[in-house]
Design a binder for this molecule. Structure first.
Ligand SMILES: C[S@@+](CC[C@H](N)C(=O)[O-])C[C@H]1O[C@@H](n2cnc3c(N)ncnc32)[C@H](O)[C@@H]1O
Length: 216
């Protein structure tokens, strides 16, 4: 499905978020701070987050399992960062080999969230920081307008512009089973992280969780 959306993937992200997605990715990269070592972008897609990570300095590795996404990422990276084919559930990386890890709009899609978090914990070195940028559940007065955005505007933009409109009907559905911010924080902690904290935008519709690998 991700492979079929690749042609206008970045354009649709910009339109669906009013251009805010770039700011959220920059905030994610900034939250990792200066990193001495490899930064992993899990589910790198076309490489938008990897580019933001690269701007903070350090070595970046983007990983994804969709060949069309990987092809775009490789072109975009042009040798400035590494692109790796792999599955979030069985990362092709050694234990403790990553200094920091970030992931944007990916964990909602994995079939086994605890397994993906356990893999992130395994490859991060002790004290290494994790940043998870993901859609979440809006609260209060934000709920109604954001439900309309999710259920009406997003599928409409997908129908008009994407080569796979079905993916943009899947997008709202994919949020339903995903844990709310507090529960996601508890799951991150259970996977082997400490000091889990988060900030949110648009009444909680988008959340950035940060945590540090235990053991430092
Ligand atoms: C919604 S896109 C997000 C892409 C990018 N991170 C961004 O911010 O635009 C989700 C990406 O995660 C990848 N993905 C989903 N499940 C995966 C898995 N189990 N292993 C590796 N990549 C995965 C998809 O191929 C897709 O490129």
């Amino acid at each position: 499905m991700f492979g079929r959306t690749v042609a206008r993937y970045d354009l649709l992200n910009t339109l669906m978020t009013g251009g805010q997605d770039a700011a959220w990715r920059r905030a994610t990269a900034t939250a990792l701070g200066a990193v001495d070592g490899v930064m992993l972008d899990l589910g790198c897609g076309t490489g938008a987050l990897a580019e933001a990570l690269l701007a903070t300095g350090g070595r970046v590795v983007g990983l994804d399992f969709s060949p069309p996404m990987l092809a775009v990422a490789r072109r975009r990276a042009a040798g400035r960062w590494d692109v790796l084919a792999g599955d979030a559930l069985v990362l092709p990386l050694a234990e403790g080999s990553v200094a920091a890890a970030a992931t944007a709009f990916t964990l909602r899609n994995v079939v086994d969230l605890p397994a993906a978090l356990a893999e992130l914990a395994r490859v991060l070195r002790p004290g290494g920081r994790l940043a998870v940028l993901e859609l979440s559940h809006a609260r209060g007065l934000w709920r109604l307008p954001l439900a309309a955005h999710r259920e009406v505007l997003v599928p409409l933009l997908g129908r008009l512009l994407s080569s796979d409109p079905g993916a943009y009907r899947y997008l709202p559905a994919s949020l339903q089973p995903f844990p709310p911010a507090g529960e996601l924080a508890a799951r991150i902690a259970a996977a082997g992280f400490r000091d889990v904290r988060w900030r949110a935008w648009f009444g909680g519709a988008v959340a950035l969780h940060l945590a540090d690998r235990v053991g430092a």
